[in-house]
Design a protein around this ligand. Sequence first.
Ligand code: ADP
Ligand code: MG
Length: 579
Amino acid sequence: MPIRVLEDDVIARIAAGEVVERPASVVRELVDNALDAGASRIDIRVEAGGQRLIEVADDGHGIPAADLELAFQRHATSKLWSADDLDRIQTLGFRGEALASIAAVSRLRIRSRFRDEQTGNTLLLEEGQIVERASIGSPPGTSVTVENLFHNVPARQKFLRSPLAERRQITLLVSRYALVRPQVRFTLMLDNRESFRSSGNGVLADSLVAVLGRDVARDMIRVGPHPAIDEAIRVFGFVSAPATHRSDRSRILLFVNGRPVQDASLGYAVIQAYHTLLMKGRFPVAVLMISLPPEQVDVNVHPAKAEVRFQRPREVFSAVLRAVRATLMEDRGSASGPGGSALSPRVLVNDATWQESQSVARKPLFADEQETDRAVPGSPAAPQRPRSLPMLRVIGQIGASFIVAEGPAGMYLIDQHAAHERILYENFLERQEREESMSQLTLAGETLELPASEASLIVSSQGQLRAIGLEVEPFGPNTFLIRSIPAMLADHEPREVLRGVLEELERGQKPGKSTLEQRLIRRVCKQAAVKAGTVLGREEMQGLVRQLERTQSPLTCPHGRPTLLHMSAGQLAREFGRH
Ligand code: ADP
Ligand code: MG
């Protein structure tokens, strides 16, 4: 084919595809416009996942009659005057492309009355062409109705997701706006049924209930405003207590300067802040508003404005991680005494963490919503994990593995092995923080011969081994003399201890994962912890529970598995049909 310049309407459709890739992006653009117009009420209607109908009505300032047609010209905007303005955009829109793009791929009706004018006006556009204009009586504000989206772009239609997926996406989108604009009353009707409503009373906590549900919202902890490490970057919002978690990261909701954004790297910062507090494969719930000077954020990188670019990404990353970590630690009651906590936020952002965050950043953060997924407190009868431990009275042991205890809030079942692991682990870290040497058991010297590959591992890791109280020295070719072992493993065979450690060494060091030393510590604690199947006396159990109460993170073992289950008296009563 010869080279030709494309017709205008073809150009319009191609550009439209970038701005409005799916029905949810139409909703996003229209809501952006309503918010930019200072609306206090935004009513959204969607039918058939947005393909049949999307309507967004607001009570904002409206569009002057003389400007109404102009609003549909590409690159016509009232929000940007010069290129310099791009550096300090305060509005959500700025390109002047959305209305033109949406109109190019649908049948669009707009009704608008400017607040300083007496009458309103309406336009009907088909495939971007105005086919009808009229004056109408209407209250101040604007409504845009979009029908038959993408009907003239068959290629786009083919790639549309199911109406169900689109509905979820739209609900999540509107929820996010409700969080970042609690002073705006949002309603969302999906196929003529109300699916979401926020009160618009300006209280973020109320929006939180509307978006997350009362159970989850109740378990959220307020983040910040923290004494800023970096004055320019502020982090504020809510994160879930470790007892509330989900199977995916779709409820890590992030906002940058009032704009919902997807940023896998920042999402990772949040997850990282829960390090060892959540089980593997479980994710926190978070609603975080990050604000920084507009000139440090580039919002003009993504056609659908879903992503932003930071001038100092690493600083933003660590601001988020620290704010969340500090919040979680404070919430623990932080009974760590002088010297600070072993899990204090300042130890966290190292190069490995940062690099890992950059590699996850390449994966999409928001896969389609999964409906199977529920936050833990959703199911009333399920035993729950409380946030911190009250004083418990030991009642007995089950299966030589679980301790049954009673507390003010009901019944507790404690996994003795996991609980002991947690206790040993925190003791270990505490000593390390205080820079005490690990207590160790000196031995007369046991020798062990190893294959060459393992021998070289030992040689190259001697520093880390010493740090955990394990001293070995070469004793002939591939043979070692074990000089000491960690004191907590005193009743273990020295050779067994070294073998366990070797296994850990063999798993190698992956960037971004916990350091080898941390893994060795966890390994030793696991080995040392009382095994399931060990009968314990009442004193021993009581001692274990007391120590667990004093840990900073009593709810999970160092590997992130739960240490205990809790059933409240109310739950017990319900289970017995007493309610
Ligand atoms: P942008 O938002 O990037 O300026 P749009 O194509 O979304 O571009 O909108 C074009 C212009 O139409 C806006 O700059 C604004 O002046 C006007 N406009 C659009 N929607 C509304 C609305 N809901 N209320 C008031 N003005 C609006
Ligand atoms: Mg816009």
